[in-house]
Ligand binder design. Sequence first.
Ligand code: HEC
Ligand code: HEC
Length: 331
Amino acid sequence: MRELKILAVVVFFALLTYYGVEPYAHSVMHKDVEGYNFTYDGTADIQEATEALEEAQASGRNVAKAQARLEVKKAFWSEVDKIAKIPGNVANGQAVFGTCLACHNGAGVNMGGVIPPNLDHAGALYDKRYLIAVIKDPAMASNVDHKYENTMMHPMGSVTAMVSDPQQIADVVAYMLAKKAGDVTPKAAYEEACARCHAMRYSKITQLGETPSFTDEKDELAYKIKVLQEQELVEAYMGKLPPDLSMIIRARSTHFLETFVENPQSQLEGTSMPRVGLSQAGYDKVHEYLTEIGDPSKKHREALGPWVIGFFVIFSILAYLWKKHHWRDLH
Ligand code: HEC
Ligand code: HEC
């Protein structure tokens, strides 16, 4: 009986630490950031701008500027909402998409800081409203407008002048959702959404894409130099080189990663990482890839878990019976 009591005490404290102390410590050290299920309708941005205005009012400084920013955010997202309700024409959208291909052409040429990503699966990766927003005003869409006095300065900013008619925007988004979706592998999702900024050395991905294999060492060195040059441009654009994401899945919690990718500003105010606009399905693919590379044995480990626990249960019963058997005559 005494053993059972000791066991109960041990179990009690283990559970208390696991469900009580650890989550509590976590909530004290990390602020609680709410997610929006990877939908982008401006709620988060308007909330941020409202809080900024309240802070400005409290301190009595920059009130007019904060007020103006809130109005701009509200107007922007309500415009996006209107365009989202316009039925798009896929055939007309294909013609508009030609404008996008001027930059998103797979040529691997850096434009103002990064290589424009391949849009082959844009319809499957990005949220519809985000796509509308990014064409209307890329800096606003990715919540880095505070870095740009004028949207035209953003590397994709000139799109605002090229595709400005709401119907055209609705058409090209309809086209992407219909024709640039399809099955996307976790790897392609990572390459299209993150790799222009984040290398992943465990899977030989750099800002130039997947590293080819070389037979000649000179070619290999020449390629390495190209990677370093590309990284310099990304660094100049972002202010720092975005970290390699090979092991990020182990360093950060699922909730942190989700809310960070959904809206980097929410976790790291003032960060230069732009919002990327993934939908839930798109993010799930990226997450799958981060797990595949950073924690490849996860599936195996999880499958093994119940067996290990089962083994301990059976072993404990046997040990208990064995002990009873031996002590039987001593009482
Ligand atoms: C002037 C060149 C240019 C044009 C034209 C252009 N883009 Fe881009 N686009 C870029 C660059 C550069 C980026 C990467 C920006 C960054 O990562 O900061 C980008 C990023 C994107 C992204 C990823 C957005 C994100 O926040 O993750 C999408 C989606 C996109 N563009 C769609 C389009 C569509 C649709 C069109 C046509 C209507 C278009 N682009 C036209 C240069 C361009
Ligand atoms: C346009 C460039 C860009 C793109 C695209 C981008 N990131 Fe980032 N990311 C950054 C930069 C810059 C930082 C460093 C932020 C800082 O320290 O302020 C960063 C930091 C991060 C961090 C680290 C946060 C931490 O814990 O310190 C994570 C995680 C991350 N990015 C995930 C992603 C994922 C996943 C994607 C693709 C869905 C992605 N990023 C796309 C630029 C980018």
